[in-house]
Unconditional design. Structure first.
Lengths: 305, 305
């Protein structure tokens, strides 16, 4: 089986290095960073932290080098999906392309370029320490499911099985929208609040006024999910309260806060922006998500004078 | 007539220096800044910019020095009203105390300490350049009106007449809530958006997503005003669009943005916070103002580690 990880940042690297442990999987990585690609080709792709792994794989910045692959696993930031899949689609002419990205709308973007798409949500996280070396912060589950009738469930199961055997526990389900929307609602209701205020997750949650805003955002997200017939696999509120505990993620700075502090474009268009767009399609009002979306876009705009 | 300006910052100084031009008015100023008070007593209070004025008056940091006054004009930041009137109330035992502060709720605070209160709203603005010297940025009108039955209109008219003769055009009306709520709605719907995003007023208004959020905030404020039977003297939306023009206030950084950049406590409790509180009293939902209030309080909290 040939698998190409498209976007070999922190999350992409977790999949690439772990899948590369398997004898029956040939792993490729497509990434924009020349330094990262060179380091991977020279010394392998190393993970440290939650697991110690070195994966041997082929990495490239040149999509033309990619062979025909059975599977793609797209792990770019959501705003780079379009460019990444436009460049690499030829490698998946006979294959299936899964997304394990944040946010909603990535499947739709992929489906404009390739015929067979796999929806996905993943919870493991990490960060790039240096080219070729990624810190694996947290382990966690991945859920994959067919995006539409073009993708049979057994094809999804085959990829999930490989990921699981490689060390990334993955479940294949017929409808993967439940975990996806739970994660999107969690992220959209907490990350931008941290980004706009500068507060860690725990400090956001211990302020009754902000915690109430978080619930307002969650409720809109739940309503949009319900209008699509999506059953959340659990309540995002539980995940939020769990993460707020001192020994869990009280001191965690949301990735979007890290983006804002570094003046990097955020994934807001695919979080709150996605909830607003799907809400409009299903006549569900989302005024709080629209407000938060506009504010974070305003912050991004303020970096351009 | 003896008048004491309580809080002799930029706006208080405009009233104090202009009133001091009148032979029939003795002006006192109570302020917390020793340097400002000393400079005023030594060299007078100087205004430059929209008008060139030097006012001779008595300033003090010690409320015990204040004589019995006919009028107070409270011009502190709204969060300092309580402390300022608690210290100075004795000087107004037989007088009337007007507020020309930002926000709503200041009259209520004054009325807990003095019997006769005058509601007010003022549009002139400036900034302190150095102790004893204030830049007068914009001229503008002031509206005063009785807070309740304890204050006859002719008493308000007498103060308005003095202000007008001194160079601060002021109108006395029976119900001053219209201009007050127009200004509060304007400020609450635009200042915090600038503060949260870092954008100038014009840049906020030219982004359709943020402009739409501004309108959402305005609409909630209008509903809360209407529920109290307040007729706005004009539509805050017009003021917002007018100010957004290139030659008016396109490049203006909201005072709340300046506060946030300097990590100074903002007046958010008396703007969006005031709208939310009055909304609750009159069963008018204000979810967007509550969200903005919570976010700015969160920003303030982020300055304390």
């Amino acid at each position: 089986m040939k698998v190409c990880v498209v976007g070999c940042g922190a999350v992409g690297s977790l999949f690439a290095a772990n899948l590369a442990q398997l004898d029956d999987v040939e792993v490729w990585a497509y990434d924009a960073s020349r330094a990262h690609v060179d380091a991977i080709n020279a010394n392998g792709l190393r993970l440290s932290g939650a697991g110690e792994v070195v994966g041997r794989l082929r990495a490239t910045t040149d999509a033309a080098e990619l062979p025909a692959c059975d599977y793609g696993i797209v792990a770019t930031k959501a705003m780079h999906t379009e460019a990444a899949i436009a460049a690499t689609a030829h490698a998946f002419a006979d294959g299936f392309v899964a997304t394990v990205q944040n946010g909603i709308g990535n499947e739709e973007t992929l489906a404009r370029h390739v015929d067979r798409v796999i929806r996905g949500t993943t919870f493991p996280a990490g960060k790039i320490l240096e080219p070729g070396h990624v810190q694996w912060d947290v382990k966690g589950d991945t859920t994959l499911g067919p995006y539409d009738d073009g993708t049979p469930l057994d094809v999804v199961e085959r990829l999930a099985d490989a990921c699981t055997r490689g060390g990334m526990p993955t479940t294949a389900v017929q409808d993967a929208r439940g975990p996806q929307w739970r994660k999107v609602i969690f992220n959209a209701s907490t990350n931008p609040i941290g980004a706009l205020t500068g507060l860690t997750h725990g400090r956001v949650c211990e302020r009754p006024d902000l915690r109430s805003l978080v619930t307002g955002l969650v409720d809109e997200g739940k309503a949009v999910a319900a209008a699509q017939g999506i059953e959340l696999d659990s309540d995002p509120e539980e995940l939020i309260d769990h993460a707020a505990q001192k020994h869990v993620a009280y001191d965690h700075k949301a990735s979007m806060l890290q983006d804002v502090e570094a003046k990097r474009q955020t994934e807001i268009d695919f979080l709150n922006g996605g909830i607003v767009r799907f809400g409009r399609e299903h006549d569900v009002p989302t005024p709080l998500n629209a407000a938060i979306w506009a504010l974070v876009k305003g912050v991004e705009a303020s970096w351009q004078q």
